[in-house]
Design a protein. Sequence first.
Lengths: 507, 374
Amino acid sequence: MINAVEMRGIVKRFPGVLANDRVNFDLRQGEIHALLGENGAGKSTLMNVLSGLYRQEEGTVRVRGQLVSFRSPRDAIEHGIGMVHQHFMLVPSLTVTENILLGLDEPRFLMRLPEYHKRIAALEEQFGLRAAPEAKVWQLSVGEQQRVEILKMLYRGADVLIMDEPTAVLAPQEIDELFVTLRSMTAEGKSIIFISHKLYEVMAISDRITVLRKGRMAAEPLETRSTNQAELAELMVGRKVIFTVTKEPREPGEVFLSVENVSAESDKGLPALKGMSFQIRSGEILGIAGVAGNGQSELAEVISGLRECTGGTVTVGGQTVSNQPPKAAIDASVAHIPMDRTGVGSSPNLSITDNLIMKTYRHPPIAKGWAMDERIARQYARDLKDDYEIMAPSIDTQTRLLSGGNLQRVILAREISGQPRVILAVQPTRGLDVGAIEGVRRLLLDQRQAGAAILLISEELEELFSLSDRIAVIYEGEIMGMFEEPDHETIGLMMAGQKGKATDDER
Amino acid sequence: MTNAEQSGAGRQSTLPFKVQIEPRLNVPRWLPTAVSVGAVILGLVLGAVALRFAGESHPFKAYASIAKVLFSSWGGISDVLVQATPLILVGLACSVAFSMKLWNIGAEGQFFIGAFAASVIVLAPVLPAETPGWIFIPVMMIAGLIGGALWGFLPGYLKAKFNVNEIITTLMMNYIAIEWNNFFIFGVWSEGGFQMSPRFPKTAWLPRLADYAREIPKFGGLTLHLGLIFGPIAAVIVWFILYRSKWGYEIRLAGDNPKAARYAGINIARNTVLVMMLSGALAGLAGMAQICGVVRRLQGSISPGYGFTGIIIAWLSKLNPLVVVAVSIFFGALLLAGREMGRSDISMLIQGIILFALIASEYLLRNRVRIVRA
């Protein structure tokens, strides 16, 4: 049988980087082939070559046995190869159908929408991709928007779908739905390339796995059935990775963070938090589980003073920080590791030094009256750069040039180095590769050991289970239940909105 | 789609090469300077083309002869520096505001109000005409600073409190300022029906070099006045504020990423107002220096658009206060050259082209253009 795609000896250079070094990649008809590797391993480059965005310097690409040379994504799609990007390219104010038809030659002048609605609905039926064709894209959930992106490619006749980290933006249930969809597509004869750096997902969905490391193939393609996570991690990182971080037992101390009956509104003015209460003690990690958009980001913002609350109070060590300027929380020793690292957590065009002193510039020794001591600030930055192993040419490097993992290290170094009493960690490992995730989790556990009260908001259940002392489930701005010894099933149900029969609190 | 994707879709398959655009990972240190110099050269070349069409048969020779006139005699240099004096201050005014991404294009109006406020001291009068200079000058400077600051405060406050677009308010307030001044020079303070106020008493003048011609004959005819030193001093102060003070750090952080600044506990509203006031104050001081050092009365034609030239100077200097001084001298020469040739329109044209080239080059600073074989 002829392979759907056959790439041989692909070489792609960027100034100063060999992004792909003689990489081979085969995609069999009807399989899901995972492309695994850390950030910067060359996965996206390889797929950009296949989808016509880049051209390789050496090597050949064959599609169904035929030698091809794409000049543009349009060429690629004409040969049945379509890529679903991590960042959606949809027009929010247009409908699903309009988005799918955008840029096509047909329909020519009159849109004849009812007719196309029907065609799209039929396509959705065939592959089990539900998304109302008449709905405007802004009304759709993230999962539905992703389906529109997939439909766009299917409508254009794609036989090979390249999915670039498709699960990065999805909630756990949406991931399950996506996997069902992928299976139904392969059943219909499509072939799928699944780019990811999450091992358990790759194990769950793929038939075969190709691992890239530093632009090269780490091994010949593996059969998913005959491998395991530990082997994949070793291939990916190049050394053995310890999976379970060891959590030392620790008796919690006094209450550091107290959230009492807090309510707040979302940006759209809708109730986002509805009378939420909990406490976190010194040396304790409280994990917040929940599907994105159920009030998690609002919760962190209320505690750090970035959002007003409409009711209730937040106190840190007895001091009220809610409805105060953000500086009050900073002064009360609240560290905040925000979800949006480039939009909130850092200033992309400023240097690493300037980013590291964001919380300390007001106080001596960096501050000298109204002036700042540049020498001390730079020494402080150099020390943190070494301590937290921030990989950058110098402390003057702009943070926009840093990789995700290094940027997160800058943020962690800034937030954690001051021995905070309370740490708000919002999705602290999202989008990081295996090695970096391990480092971040270690740092959080070290802080727990040092006596910080940590609020860990995450969508990775595994992360919550391995780090938290207690787990609370959040749904539509309310805490559904609080557990010291949780199980996956109960938490999953509560995340979907079902109240638990008996929680630890009530027992 | 990213730029790389668009360019990757090269349709010109007939050409033996294609142009590829990739985002730059690192901007070499020399590049911003090279781009600025390139913009100036482009401005001069296109200005020469315009001159050619305007009937000048050897435009580059004309440039050379003007440069010679301007820089070969003390008189010429002095005149250039007189032009540069207000430009340095308005250039700094724009640099400060732009550092926080506050698009203050009202330096022109703040300049006029600064001039007006300084005039009030003499013409209201706040101080009697026989006041000695060492009181007059500082009081007028303070009045100019406060007047400009007030004209910056209004748009700053509206922006901070109600998120009113400062581009519109500062632009519109230019016209209010100019007409406000006109009201006084046409009416209240009009000297015998002329569109100007009476001459200021001698003690309210900023001393000129020519004033000392009796002691040092070389200074005869040199119009350079004390206001020149305001600029470099202000430049050093502004540099210190921006790069060595806590406030300057807040300004730069809020300018690059306001959300991160809020997250760092910085009061953005307060800084918006303060930065607009500092910006206005600098432009106001320029207005004061101009009327006390050059025309010595309040009149309508005190600015050939200094406030707008300040915008270009700030961009060309990449918001670096110390570079503003040097760039202002170049623009001072450009303004004067236009006047010498009787073609100030051409010098405005050159300014405009420079600004266009600079803004367009931002793209080149962020992206790398490569020509590769297809």
